[in-house]
Design a binder for this molecule. Structure first.
Ligand code: HGY
Ligand code: MN
Ligand code: MN
Length: 409
């Protein structure tokens, strides 16, 4: 009987559209940076929906929200969820789809009067994006005990605020301790954010792994000077070193080939004036690879290039690791389950790795986890043009529904 249960796609899309109104930006995207007023408004809306669905809502000390539906038996819940914080130029599906599809699963079970054996939980984790505060996946990392509460609360954002102050300011500093995960199994529905499924015309990704992530911030200190009067040989130009780093990461990724990717996403120059040689540059580098040894090789080559270039320019450099996660492999039986259920629903499916980081990679540390991907049109994400077709949203949510039903018994 439950095998024929299907989600209500209009209801799911209605919630996605309603949530996307919060922090809406030009072009149909969303900006809800973690722990801002927009994030609070999004949290309040989703918590309201959780309570209206009869879920018991707990908020932990880092602001993770976990809403639980009782089962016939107690014990750890079958959990789904993701995040509702976004990057500054976010789309409406990244993270939000996983949380709202979880609520749709609950509403389906409520409508059908189904009581599962195990409890079911729907979660959203604090600061998955890492756009304002680093590291990314901060909330789920703290949830599984991979980051102490103190470390998380003391993280300083790109705007100078701390996580602790911001969490208190928006009223989401909960009482439930972090580091005591309570999960039977975890499944996260998420858009692929890359081009693979869309290019291959495949509806479902059964995600078996997540690539490694390395985020580094370099602070280069030189000498500010007059752009017109200073001979080139006397310059100590932090801006030049920053530009050299941006070029090097592209050359490094192309030279390494394979799955290596490298990005300079932010360069801040001081004093940031047309006619002053910059004396300060803050540069971020995002390196990723599916292979840990190759990722370490990329890090070593990056570090030696930066120190040699800074030295040659007579500048100083300091580096800070903002995030560092090794590649993660999801539980094989869970991945099999996602693949089997997708096929059982008559959907095309393929196994694949995730290029982006996700909360599921943290929960895999404590419970068997897996992810369900749906296509991103043209592979666009972290961009207001992020889009997933209606039928694919429904397909992913139905795979989630059936996977949760099977796990919850
Ligand atoms: O960085 C990531 O992959 C994710 O969007 N936080
Ligand atoms: Mn995401
Ligand atoms: Mn993202």
């Amino acid at each position: 009987m439950t095998g024929n249960l299907r989600i209500d796609l209009d209801r799911l899309i209605g919630r996605l559209e309603r949530l996307a109104e919060i922090g809406a930006i030009e072009g149909g995207g969303v900006c809800r940076l973690a722990l801002t007023d927009e994030d609070k408004a999004g949290r309040d809306l989703v918590v309201g929906w959780m309570r209206a669905l009869g879920l018991t809502v707990t908020i932990d000390a880092i602001g993770n929200v976990i809403a639980t539906r009782a089962g016939r038996e107690g014990g750890p819940p079958v959990m789904t969820g993701s995040h509702i914080d976004t990057v500054r130029t976010g789309g409406r599906y990244d993270g939000n789809l996983g949380v709202l599809a979880g609520l749709e699963v609950v509403e389906c079970l409520n409508d059908a009067g189904i009581e599962t054996r195990r409890p079911i939980a729907v979660a959203f984790f604090t600061n998955e994006e890492g756009a304002r505060f680093t590291p990314d996946m901060m909330g789920s990392l703290a949830y599984v005990g991979g980051l102490s509460l103190d470390e998380a609360l003391s993280a300083v954002g790109i705007d100078g605020a701390t996580v602790g102050d911001s969490l208190g300011r928006i009223g989401y500093a909960g009482t439930t301790p972090v580091g005591r995960p309570d999960v039977h199994a975890f499944v996260e529905l998420h858009i692929e954010q890359g081009p693979v499924l869309d290019l291959e015309g495949i509806t479902i990704g059964a995600v078996d792994s997540v690539q490694g992530i390395s985020w580094t911030e370099y602070t280069i200190s030189g000498v500010s000077n007059h752009a017109g009067t200073t001979p080139m040989r006397l310059r100590h130009d932090a801006g030049y070193v920053a530009g050299a780093i941006a070029r090097f990461v592209r050359e490094l990724a192309l030279d390494m080939g394979g799955n290596q990717v490298a990005t300079v996403g932010s360069i801040k120059l001081k004093p940031d004036l047309i006619h002053v040689v910059p004396n300060r540059a803050i540069v971020t580098v995002d390196l990723r690879n599916t292979d840990e040894a190759l990722l370490q090789q990329a890090e070593r080559r990056m570090a030696s290039f930066v120190s040699a270039t800074a030295r040659a320019e007579g500048t100083d450099v300091a580096s800070r690791t903002l995030a560092r996660f090794e590649p993660v492999v999801f539980d094989a039986a869970m991945v099999d389950r996602v693949e089997r259920i997708a096929r059982g629903l008559g959907l095309s499916v393929r196994r694949m790795t995730s290029g982006a980081g996700h909360d599921a990679q943290m929960i895999q540390r404590v419970a068997p986890s897996a992810m369900i991907f749906v296509p991103s049109v043209a592979g666009i994400s972290h961009n207001v043009r992020e889009h997933t077709e209606r039928a694919d949203l429904g397909a992913g949510a139905n795979v989630l529904l059936q996977t949760m039903l099977e796990l919850a018994g």
